[in-house]
Ligand binder design. Structure first.
Ligand code: 13P
Ligand code: SF4
Length: 332
C-alpha cells in the first residue's frame, strides 16, 4: 500500500517516540527526508554530533561512507541506513588502487616512510584504515586546509585520496605544488600527490555557467564547493564546504544575488535569498537522492520488528585503524 508523505511522516514520528533512535540526514538529502531528521549537517558535523548522541540506533540518511564513519567512531552503536547508497567518488578508490598509488610514489623514489597519506572522508572504511596504518588521517572539505597544514609539519610528501579537485584546490590556496597521478608529473617534484578521483555532480559546473550568470546579473557573487574543478574555484568569489557555503550565503544582504555551485537539494532550500543554482542542469547527487521517506519509515519499522534493515558492520581491524585516522582529524 502506498502512503502519502504526510501519512509517512506521522508513522515515522510515532515510531520515533517508541524506539531509541536518532534520525540523521546530510544536507543533500531530499527535503522530506531532511525535515524528519533530528540531526542534520555536513559530513564533519554529522560525524561529531552522532558520536555524542546516546540513542541505541542511528538511522543515517546519506551515503555509505558517512554511516560507516559513525559506526567506526562509535562501534557500540547500531547504525542502519534507509538506503545503502554509495558515493560515486568514494567508489573510485579501494584498497587495491590505494596500494597502487603508494607503489607509484615508491617507484618514483619516495620511500613509504616519507609518504603521509590523507583521505577525504568520502572514502570507504578500508581505505581510511590503510591511511591510518600508514600514520595518516582523514579530512573533510571544511578542515582540509588545517589537516594539510599539520601534515606538512612532518616534512613528508602528501598522498591525497580520492578527490583530485579538493587536493589541488587546497594546494592552490596554500601556494603548494600538486600533481594528479597519471598526469606525467614526477611526484618527487610536488608537495601534494593527488589520486585521480572526482565528484561527478560537482563537475557539472562550468566556466560558461559563471560567464552566463555574471552577464545576466552584474554584481552577482559565485560561491562553489571545493569538489569543483580548480578552474571553477579560481574564477569564483567564494569556495567553501557545505556548512561554510550555507553560512556565507545566509549572511549576505537580502538583495545580494549569488549563484551556487553545489548539490541541488541544498541550494534549493536556500532559494529565498536571491540564490541560484550555478548550472543549466539540475545538479542532484543521484546516490544522496536514493533515500526516500518510505525507506526511512520501512527502516524504523524493521527496527520495531526486531530485524533492522541495512545495518552497518565493520570488521575489527578496519575499525581500529579507520578510527585512528578519523580521531587524528577530530583531535585537530
Ligand atoms: P561535506 O563534507 O561538505 O558535507 O560534503 C560531502 C560531500 O559529499 C560533498 O559532495
Ligand atoms: Fe559523493 Fe559527489 Fe554525491 Fe558528494 S555529491 S556524495 S561527493 S557523488
Amino acid at each position: 500500500m502506498q502512503f502519502t508523505n504526510e501519512e509517512l511522516k506521522e508513522k515515522i514520528n510515532k515510531l520515533k517516540e517508541k524506539l531509541s533512535v536518532t534520525l540523521v540526514a546530510h544536507f543533500y538529502q531530499r527535503d522530506e527526508v531532511f525535515d524528519v531528521a533530528d540531526i542534520t549537517g555536513d559530513s564533519l558535523e554529522l560525524a561529531i554530533r552522532t558520536r555524542d548522541d546516546d540513542a541505541e540506533f542511528v538511522v543515517f540518511s546519506g551515503v555509505g561512507f558517512m554511516g560507516q564513519s559513525v559506526k567506526v567512531l562509535s562501534p557500540h552503536k547500531r547504525v542502519v541506513m534507509p538506503k545503502a547508497a554509495c558515493c560515486a567518488m568514494a567508489k573510485m578508490i579501494d584498497s587495491i588502487y590505494y596500494d597502487e598509488s603508494v607503489k607509484f610514489m615508491q617507484d618514483n623514489g619516495i620511500s613509504k616512510e616519507n609518504i603521509l597519506p590523507i583521505t577525504y572522508i568520502n572514502s570507504n572504511a578500508e581505505v581510511k584504515a590503510q591511511v591510518g596504518e600508514m600514520g595518516g588521517m582523514v579530512c573533510t572539505s571544511s578542515n582540509a586546509k588545517t589537516i594539510i597544514t599539520t601534515a606538512l609539519k612532518e616534512g613528508k610528501k602528501i598522498l591525497f585520496v580520492p578527490d583530485r579537485c579538493l587536493g589541488q584546490n587546497i594546494a592552490n590556496q596554500m601556494g603548494l605544488k600538486s600533481c594528479v597521478i597519471g598526469d606525467g608529473t614526477n611526484p618527487s617534484e610536488v608537495d601534494i600527490v593527488c589520486y585521480n578521483g572526482f565528484c561527478s555532480v560537482h563537475q557539472l559546473f562550468t566556466l560558461d555557467d559563471i560567464v552566463f550568470y555574471r552577464k545576466k546579473y552584474p554584481g552577482i557573487l559565485i560561491a562553489v564547493h571545493p569538489e569543483c574543478d580548480p578552474s571553477i574555484c579560481d574564477a569564483s568569489d567564494f569556495v567553501g564546504s557545505t556548512s561554510q557555503l550555507i553560512k556565507y550565503i545566509t549572511e549576505l544582504p537580502e538583495d545580494q544575488k549569488v549563484a551556487v555551485g553545489t548539490e541541488f537539494n541544498m541550494v534549493n532550500r536556500l532559494r529565498d535569498k536571491n540564490t541560484f543554482v550555478l548550472s543549466s542542469t539540475k545538479p542532484e547527487c543521484p546516490t544522496m537522492n536514493e533515500t526516500t521517506l518510505e525507506d526511512v519509515y520501512l527502516t524504523l519499522k524493521s527496527i520495531d520488528d526486531g530485524e533492522p534493515l541495512n545495518e552497518i558492520f565493520v570488521d575489527a581491524k578496519t575499525q581500529k585503524w579507520a578510527k585512528i585516522a578519523l580521531e587524528r582529524m577530530l583531535a585537530l
